[in-house]
Design a protein around this ligand. Structure first.
Ligand SMILES: [Zn+2]
Length: 407
């Protein structure tokens, strides 16, 4: 296999998590006895452009089926993050009624609704039917397509180039990152701005976030690598911010290569920091597997100990990253009998691979678990606040990454 950006043959394994089912392939009760598809979950690093990438990829249309269950609006923190972003970017770019905003992977309209409320024209691009329908119900226009160069050229032909293109947590999820980036270039008006948010590879390595690895997440990105990909497409990164979302993300600001706006110091400063953290030497990548295994071993040891002591354990958050961790560790309902999730679309289903049943959070009140194991550690604070009542019977919260902690 060759690097998806620069075509260099890939020789160096960054992480091998064995085989796993797609992390969003939640199982219905009637499917639980049927065979389940497993795919290799292995990451390589390119020693030329340093793009970390999944080995083989499953076809996108298999992974994002029409009942794909994730609705962004379920997380209040995520909605607040989107609202703050919209307020900031309208001011920074002086957007108004004549502006046109495109969001790629607009999900259920959680972000674009803030532009609709300010009478700024916008268009969401979202291939998933259930979330697209939810967006249209709140008056967010949606094009049900996958974004790429082809679609961008069609938009450009129709005179629909954007003043602002937003891509939050989509860039790392596209199989063909060069084609997607060429699409950004084609869909951007002269003088327009692109903002993309994606998890930062530097933080993944520092905080051993190996559970954020799943098939739908094709690329693991540093600023260094994204800058190269942008450059190759005739784009330039002129500013970057570090965000707390998803365990540490970057928000990059892009423009056409010949845009007169100068690049901010933030770009060179962060590039230098990535270099100091070893993101351009192979030994950094080679050391990661052992760190991931240590996290997995500690969690398993802890859960086995709880079982021996007769403690009641529940998990919280049927998120993709939970599935990676549970499946790599081989955790089944004997160690974690159920997982609670606030999303009605997931309740009543089973986690892929581990087949742990998903129940509404209310069951915690009568099952009174001793330990609530929070799978999406990035929203641990929110989960602890919402479920603080487990303290009434002495219940505790647990997170496993970057190291085992009880609260
Ligand atoms: Zn490469």
């Amino acid at each position: 296999m060759n690097c998806r950006h620069c075509s260099t043959p890939l020789e160096h394994v960054f992480l091998d998590l064995g085989f796993a089912p797609p992390s969003n392939a939640y199982r219905q009760a009637e499917d639980i006895t049927k065979p389940e598809l497993y795919f290799p979950l292995k990451l390589y690093v390119c020693d030329h452009c340093w793009l970390v990438q999944t080995e083989d990829y499953v076809r996108a249309d298999e992974l994002f089926s029409s009942d794909y269950a994730y609705f962004s609006s379920v997380s209040q923190i995520w909605c607040d993050h989107a609202a703050r972003y919209v307020e900031m970017i309208i001011k920074r770019l002086s957007l108004g009624p004549k502006s046109f905003v495109v969001e790629i992977a607009s999900n259920d309209g959680y972000l674009l609704k803030n532009f609709v409320a300010r009478d700024i024209h916008c268009l969401g691009i979202e291939p998933t039917a259930s979330t697209a329908e939810a967006a249209e119900r709140i008056k967010v226009p949606v094009l049900r397509r996958f974004f790429g160069k082809q679609l961008a050229l069609e938009l450009a032909d129709e005179g629909k180039q954007a003043d602002l293109i937003i891509g939050n947590n989509v860039y790392a999820h596209v199989p063909d990152i060069n084609d997607f980036t060429a699409g950004l270039k084609a869909a951007l008006k002269p003088g327009g701005t692109i903002t993309l948010e994606f998890p930062h590879l530097m933080r993944l390595i520092e905080d051993v976030q190996f559970d954020t690895v799943y098939h739908e997440h094709y690329s693991y990105l540093s600023l260094f690598t994204v800058e190269r990909i942008f450059e190759a497409a005739g784009l330039r990164i002129f500013d970057v911010e570090e965000l707390f979302t998803h365990g540490g993300s970057l928000r990059i600001y892009g423009c056409h290569a010949d845009d007169p706006r100068p690049s901010e110091d933030s770009v060179s400063t962060l590039l230098a920091r990535e270099d100091r953290q070893g993101l351009r030497v192979l030994t950094t990548y080679r050391a990661f597997q052992a760190k991931a295994d240590e996290v997995k071993d500690n969690l398993l040891g802890f859960l086995i100990e709880q079982k021996k002591q007769g403690k009641k354990v529940a998990a919280y958050g049927a998120a993709a990253k939970g599935n990676t961790l549970l499946n790599y560790a081989g955790i089944k309902p004997d160690l974690v009998p159920y997982v609670c999730d606030a999303a009605p679309s997931k309740q009543g289903k089973f986690l892929p691979g581990s087949h742990i049943p998903i129940l509404p959070p209310e069951v915690l009140r009568h099952r009174c678990p001793d330990m609530v194991f929070i799978l999406p550690w990035n929203i641990a604070q929110e989960v602890m606040q919402q479920n603080a009542f487990i303290r009434e019977w002495g219940g505790k919260f647990v997170t496993a990454v970057p190291n085992l902690k009880t609260f």
